[in-house]
Design a protein around this ligand. Structure first.
Ligand code: NDP
Ligand SMILES: O=C(O)C1=N[C@H](C(=O)O)C[C@H](O)C1
Length: 269
């Protein structure tokens, strides 16, 4: 399967190129960066410490998409919307890891998904997607006097908060409890906040250093506390998940899919 990478010189872009090179049945069909990026013209292989492979980073996605079966996209919301239009035109699988997208952005992705398969998740790892299933089960099993709080920590360069993973876990908790995260999520606290509203799902965000991604969901009850956690040690786990998603998506009907579909966890949810 021919797979292209956009945002190729980013932290995830490099991990994605390395994962494609490491996967049987996958070949790198192109590496795209935005106009003016310092890495343009550099060889994709040497960018990730491998032998040169004759694929130079380009700012022209059209010929690359035309010669690809899928594109892996861990960039930024405005870039992802642009690439979604191009992937839809080329009828190729679009695997989206970009976080921080709005409801409005999501509607635009729905339009693109009428023409091609889109697989999008705030976290492409098996561990987090399994954690989401467990969080939903715990939220369902525990009575409402177990308060739910989602904690996350990431490296200091991360630009969106809470993380896509924290929101995914919050959604799972809300589903399990029969709550609505839009209405019941508490995303900031400062000053005299008053007591915790009943049925709230709270979020706490930490940023610093080089943390790849730590997430915990706490269920704080009367005299006891349950914590479900995931710690990402390396970006390669997200990249491997994204390549797996592309291989899974090949030949699928146009539409929206998630990592839960790819990993066969959707039924346990
Ligand atoms: N779902 C998952 O499993 C994971 C998701 N992520 C998400 O992936 C995204 C990228 O993360 P990360 O790799 O750390 O970020 P980086 O900033 O390292 O990389 C982002 C890449 O996208 C490019 N880019 C940004 N804006 C645009 C634009 N408007 N047009 C074209 N290219 C653009 C950047 O280019 P430039 O440098 O020129 O700005 C860069 O190459 C984030 O949203 C992050 O949350 C990250 C890890 C796992
Ligand atoms: O920006 C990151 O780095 C990460 N982003 C994703 C998120 O927002 O949850 C996934 C992972 O935690 C790393």
């Amino acid at each position: 399967m021919r797979i292209a990478v956009v945002g190729a010189s980013g932290r995830m872009g490099k991990a994605l190129i390395a994962a494609i090179l490491d996967t049987d049945g996958a070949t790198l069909s192109g590496a795209i960066e935005r106009e003016g990026a310092a890495a343009l013209g550099q060889d994709a292989g040497s960018l990730v410490g491998q032998p040169s492979m004759g694929i130079a980073l380009t700012d022209d996605p059209l010929p690359v998409f035309a010669a690809s079966d899928a594109v892996l996209d861990f960039t930024a919301p405005e870039a992802t919307l642009h690439y979604a239009e191009l992937a839809a035109q080329a009828r190729i699988v679009h695997v989206i890891g970009t976080t921080g997208m709005s409801e409005d952005d999501d509607q635009k992705l729905n339009a693109a998904a009428r023409h091609a398969a889109i697989i999008k998740s705030g976290n492409m790892s098996l561990g987090v997607n399994l954690l989401a299933v467990l969080v939903k089960q715990a939220a369902k099993a525990l009575s409402a006097d177990f308060d739910i709080e989602v904690l996350e920590m990431h490296h200091k360069a991360k630009v969106d908060a809470p993380s896509g993973t924290a929101l995914l876990l919050g959604e799972s908790a809300a589903d399990g409890r029969g709550l609505n995260l839009q209405e019941d999520g508490v995303f900031t606290r400062h000053g005299i906040t008053g007591p915790r509203p009943e049925g709230a799902i709270g979020f706490a965000t930490m940023r610093g250093g080089s943390v790849v991604g730590d997430h915990s969901v706490l269920f704080a009850g009367p005299a006891e506390r349950i914590t479900l956690s995931h710690h990402a040690e390396d970006r390669s786990l997200f990249a491997r998940g994204a390549v797996k998603a592309a291989l899974w998506g090949y030949g699928k009907k146009p539409g929206r899919y998630t990592m839960q579909d790819v990993l066969g966890l959707a039924d346990s949810n």
